[in-house]
Design a protein around this ligand. Sequence first.
Ligand SMILES: Cc1cc2nc3c(=O)[nH]c(=O)nc-3n(C[C@H](O)[C@H](O)[C@H](O)COP(=O)(O)OP(=O)(O)OC[C@H]3O[C@@H](n4cnc5c(N)ncnc54)[C@H](O)[C@@H]3O)c2cc1C
Length: 282
Amino acid sequence: RPGAAPPSAGPAVMGLDGGAGALADAVAGAVRAAGGQVFLCTPALALTRTAHGWEVRTAARTLACDAVVIAAPAWTASTLVAAAAPAAAAELCEVGYVSTAVVTMAFRRRDVAGLAALGDWSGFLVPPAAGRPGRAPVTASVKASTFMTAKWGWLAGRAPDLFVLRTSLGRYGQEESLYLDDDDLVGASLHDLRAATGLAARPVASHVTRWIGGLPRYPVGHRARVARIRGALAALPGLELCGAAYDGVGVADCVASGRDAADRIMGGLVCDGFVSKTCGST
Ligand SMILES: Cc1cc2nc3c(=O)[nH]c(=O)nc-3n(C[C@H](O)[C@H](O)[C@H](O)COP(=O)(O)OP(=O)(O)OC[C@H]3O[C@@H](n4cnc5c(N)ncnc54)[C@H](O)[C@@H]3O)c2cc1C
């Protein structure tokens, strides 16, 4: 297309050495280094508006806050804002989530040598319509696979003798597969991997992780819903939402969403002592 931006020269995917968990550790470290506190395993149970800001109640304490950014999933945000903004709470309640099982498997490299797909691909995606027959009684089917040691150099460096991959199972509306035994999820994964790549080896180790409500769904009308949520919260200075439920589910989207929320909060604090949220952010 004339005038279209050239494709980015950057990599198609990026990761963090040590895995995505390193991001949470880095954020917590930065908060502590700046003099902040991080309370682990301390769910916010209630949020109350006060004359000077907000109170956040947990099981152990009540925190008086100038401002609050709710970065929890939409169903938790709904509970927390219910008293102050019932219309926003009702909309937040409607944000649906998908649960996914992730099966991580390690194979000896010598057992997978010669498989072209494993040498050339970084993984594969399976469209919803492409169910694979012949696997009864197991009902789970793989919706995606990532060849982790092909994609992440740091992992290949740590385990040079292993080929590590993961499969994802559980689509919206078919989440019963998450309740299969771990062995059945591994078996379903091996069945589909064999069909897709020819892989017939047994893994030397496997691990199943179930991400219940791990990903929000964005149906038609999602943007309008998010606009209604933000509109309903606009009259409440010092309260912002961020995270995967709103403007994108990828980690980069979530980071941008958190930064935007922090900017809006800081703008409110600096400009008008929370009287107005409409002034520019710092
Ligand atoms: C299996 C899977 C694979 C994915 N792969 C990728 C990928 O390859 N690349 C990519 O970019 N994205 C990926 N994503 C998406 C991305 O990881 C998520 O969308 C993103 O991490 C969500 O970030 P978040 O901060 O919004 O929510 P979360 O990371 O879910 O954080 C919400 C936090 O709120 C906390 N919380 C909940 N209730 C309360 C409460 N009452 N009080 C206080 N805290 C509370 C939770 O403990 C949690 O720590 C994947 C997601 C899944 C499930």
